[in-house]
Each structure stands twice: as structure tokens, then as C-alpha cells.
Design a protein around this ligand. Sequence first.
Ligand code: SAM
Length: 254
Amino acid sequence: MQENEYKRYEEIGNWDFSDIKYTVEQNSSWDFYKEISKYTNSSSLLLDLGTGGGEKTLSNMPDTGMIIATDFSSKMIETANINKKNYPNKRIKFVTMDNLNMNFPENLFDVITARHTIIDAKQIHRCLTPSGVLIIEGVDKYDCWELKELFKRGQAYNDEIAISKKDYSDIKNAGFAEITLQEIVQYEYYKTKEDLLALLLKTPILDDFSELDISSNTHKNYIEKDLFNKYVDEHSTEKGIELKRLLYGIVAQK
Ligand SMILES: C[S@@+](CC[C@H](N)C(=O)[O-])C[C@H]1O[C@@H](n2cnc3c(N)ncnc32)[C@H](O)[C@@H]1O
């Protein structure tokens, strides 16, 4: 298990950003949930990996026969079960499970989804039905690049291969027959400095959870004030403080 990441997600306990005020302008028409709708119907069995507190899965996932949503953090699953009470008609079950140690039977799921979480393509391939589909949205190396360049660190900052390319080749090597990879450029505009700071303190954008040296369970991200203010000064626009996101989408058929 990824010990540092596990501790951070247990500490955070939800993936809710509803308190942060920002708007989004997307340059790509690729949309994770619209892609999922194309491959599901009212009898599909869907597995959502690394679901967090189920926030997005509960509100955005199309209605299918049944959704199993997993996360390795039991705190996240606890939150998801609380959030589920607001969606009494959603056919969904939350389960604690490590994406890198999945113990579902072979050929079970029609669709497996993973948004902003780690995957093991071989294990996913095994659990999908013969015509099953994997749909991913990921955060790429060059996400928030101006910010990472300023701080000289961040998620995947030192990676030699972009995460999208690594995922693509792992998925190919796992035996998937048809794979499409789509780059997604998105501009986010944060209303205030505090909104942007709240995002940076909660996510691994600047402090990659996997690279943190966590000596206690109460670790807090550290953001250098002078660098943060410099970024804000240089990226303030009429729409808000701009953050350029670089994401990717993958659809892979077994
Ligand atoms: C960035 S959050 C994304 C949550 C949700 N998918 C979303 O898009 O809102 C990543 C989630 O993946 C979970 N996660 C990270 N590594 C995992 C692993 N090896 N197995 C299962 N879950 C994992 C974390 O606990 C966290 O809830």
C-alpha cells in the first residue's frame, strides 16, 4: 500500500470542494461522465475505483444497474456512506479496497471507472467482462505547470514519463484491444487567494502525497507565502486567479 498517501487521505476524509469558489472553462469536449453514459445502460454493473467520499460518483455518475464504489481509505468510505443518505434512489454500494490489490472475481464488471486515482491495468482487465470498458480521467505531469515551476516541486514534477503516457502503455500491455487517449486543457479561475490556497492545501498539486515525509498523522501541507503571492500577482485576471489544468481521458475496450 502507498503508506503516505493512505495517511493523507485518511486525514482528509472527504473529497468535497464545494466550499471553494471557482469557475471552469474547458477547451476539450471530452467529459468523463458523458463517456461513461455512452457505455452503460440500466442493467450495467459498474465499478468506480478510488471514489473518495463518493461526492462526484453520487452526483454525476449515470444511473446503471448497480455501482460498486471502492476506496482504500476507510474514512473516505465512512464519508461516502453518510453522503449516500442524500441519494436514496442511487443503486450504489461503497466498499473499502485497495486499487492495487483488488479481490473481485474475473469477468465481473461491464465498466470500470477511475477518476484522479491510481490503477493497476492488469487487475482491471481481469475483472472486466469480455466486452468490458475502462474509463479514466487523470491529472497529467504538466497540470498547473506554471505553479509547479515556481515552487520547483509538485505532483509528478520529477517524473520522466508523463502519467498519461505511462497509463496508456500499462493499459496496452495489460491486453486492452482498443485505446483512445485524449488531452484535456481546462482553465480554472479562483475567486480569492483564500480559495486557491484552500485547493493547494487539500490536494497533492504542490505537495505530492507520495513524496511527503509524514512523521505524524497531523501533517499539514506547507505553502511558501512569498511564492504563493507571486503566483497570485502574476495570474490574477478579471475572471479570478487563473490555474491552467492539464488532464487526460482514456477509454479502453477489452
Ligand atoms: C484525488 S481523490 C479522487 C476522488 C474521486 N475519484 C474524485 O474524482 O472526486 C483520490 C482518491 O483515491 C483514493 N486512493 C488513492 N490510492 C488508492 C489505492 N491504492 N486504492 C484505493 N483508493 C486509493 C484516495 O483515498 C482518494 O479518495
